[in-house]
Design a protein around this ligand. Structure first.
Ligand code: URP
Ligand code: ZN
Ligand code: ZN
Length: 473
């Protein structure tokens, strides 16, 4: 009997630490050996000319998430197919607690959405919209113990926003239970005020979504979240940072020794608020409505500054897909009446790795090792999946992407595997593209096609993150 089930031969193996020419041997879905030559295997994949990297981990995606009258374009099946086609092997989407509902019940319901439908492995973050005494006192501690070791809170959105006292209550539980809190930093009242003012002036086109929540709104909320985190000595992750002002708040906190982490996303290095103008301030701008909104090219440079200097630990997609031409999507009757009602979010899980690789590695802004850290390893470390996920080391899951660093692709909707009817990056040219994605040693994506049985992806009960430990113990 061969020593290994699979050998990946002839490739260049990249981790967050090293770039090495070696083969990989896989046994029982795990990496069993890295060696100059692995020959004794039942199957061989020739990786000559390719990079062999840990599968992407996208720790910020929304799938099958209820959101008022809108319907998300991806459940687990299409969302995870799109993820696999983009070189990802693990997703961490969110189970939302609707106001007044039990958090545990929301998690049970969310598992029903996922069960048997995922092409890749998945953990689950919690979204807390109603921190009632039973949620804070019983449900959250029990859920953290069960492997839901991170949760997100919102400083905006009518149906999600927490006030400052509620934020502090959640932060206090996070500190005690050693869970990592992700914070959506945009100030609710300022957005509401600006929205009403813009609408009163007849400025209702999708472009005004960006005008209703400028960078100062994000900066103010980031500063407030950091101040609350400092008050209680609790680590926080500020998610989807869009530009210089919020980035500098995080850097300021980090320089003061606070455990404040940062995440940015594909749209903040590749789209601008001008995209929200559409063809001529028309409805097509709705395709780009997301929060925080994309800013401008100077903001891209600020985000690169944050990436290259280590302000940001993770680079995510914030995949949050709605169809464009659908009454349940961007072009609902209400959505046409004002930017206020256009569902927030864009599809992007499939293009996260290609765009960061092309803009980052190919253009010489980041190294291959940084690319792997930003797209995989740091997500595993932050969210309690390391070392099982996020690296190519003996004993780790054989979650691997084989990557052609020279392949030139023009992104288009026809290439996408998501459930949305458009991609915001139509016509965007990249160099570098995934060729094969392997989940625990099995090929799930092969040269343009998602392959294998749906439902191979398993739920991941996550450990307490070492990054969630308070500074003062
Ligand atoms: O517009 C966005 N990003 N929608 C997704 C929800 C969120 O705030 O992450
Ligand atoms: Zn958010
Ligand atoms: Zn999000």
């Amino acid at each position: 009997m061969p020593a290994y089930d699979l050998a990946i031969r002839g490739g260049t193996v990249v981790t967050a630490a090293d770039v090495t020419r070696c083969d990989i041997g896989v046994r029982n879905g795990r990496i069993a050996i890295l060696a100059e030559a692995v020959t004794d295997a039942a199957r061989t994949i020739d990786a000559t000319g390719l990079l062999v990297m840990p599968g992407g981990i996208d720790s910020h995606v929304h799938l099958a998430q209820p959101s008022g009258e809108a319907v998300m374009a991806d459940g687990f099946e299409t969302g995870s197919a799109s993820a696999a086609a983009g070189g990802n092997t693990t997703l961490i989407p969110f189970a939302v607690q609707p106001r007044g509902a039990s958090l545990r019940e929301s998690v049970v319901n969310y598992h029903r959405e996922a069960q048997g439908k995922s092409h890749v492995d998945y953990g689950i973050h919690l979204i807390i919209t109603d921190p009632s005494p039973s949620v804070l006192g019983q449900e959250l501690p029990a859920l953290v113990a069960d492997g839901y070791t991170s949760f997100k809170v919102f400083m905006t959105y009518d149906d999600m926003v927490l006030n400052d006292r509620q934020l502090l209550q959640v932060f206090e539980v996070a500190r005690r239970e050693k869970a990592l809190v992700m914070v959506h930093c945009e100030g609710y009242d300022a957005i509401k005020f600006m929205t009403e003012r813009l609408e009163a002036a007849g400025k209702t086109a999708p472009y005004y979504h960006a005008a209703s929540r400028p960078e100062s709104v994000e900066r103010e909320a980031a500063h407030r979240a950091i101040s609350h985190a400092e008050l209680l000595d609790v680590p926080i992750m500020i998610v989807h940072v869009s530009g210089r002002q919020a980035m500098e708040q995080i850097r300021w906190a980090q320089q003061r020794g606070l455990k404040v982490y940062g995440e940015t996303c594909t749209q903040y290095i590749s789209l601008t608020a001008d995209d929200l103008k559409g063809v001529d301030m028309d409805e097509t701008g709705g395709k780009y409505v997301c929060s925080p909104p994309p800013r401008d090219e100077a903001s891209w440079e600020a985000i690169w500054e944050g990436i290259t200097t280590g302000v940001f630990q993770t680079f995510s997609s914030d995949h949050c897909p709605y169809k464009y031409d659908s009454p349940q999507g961007k072009l609902s009757a209400k959505g046409r009446s004002s930017f206020r009602w256009v569902p927030n979010g864009i599809p992007g899980v499939e293009v996260r790795l290609p765009i960061l690789f092309s803009e980052g590695v190919v253009k010489g802004r980041i190294t291959l090792e940084q690319f792997v850290a930003l797209t995989s390893t740091n997500h595993a470390k932050m969210y309690g999946l390391y070392p099982r996920k996020g690296s190519l080391a003996v004993g780790a899951d054989a979650d691997i992407v084989l990557w052609d660093p020279a392949r030139k692709v023009t992104i288009s909707q026809e290439l996408m595997h998501h459930g949305a009817d458009y991609t915001p990056w139509e016509g965007y040219a990249v160099t570098g593209w995934p060729v094969k994605t392997l989940l625990r040693g099995e090929v799930v994506f092969d040269d343009g096609k998602v392959v294998g049985a749906v439902g191979r992806g398993e739920f991941l009960k996550r450990d307490i993150s070492p990054y969630a430990a308070p500074r003062l113990g």
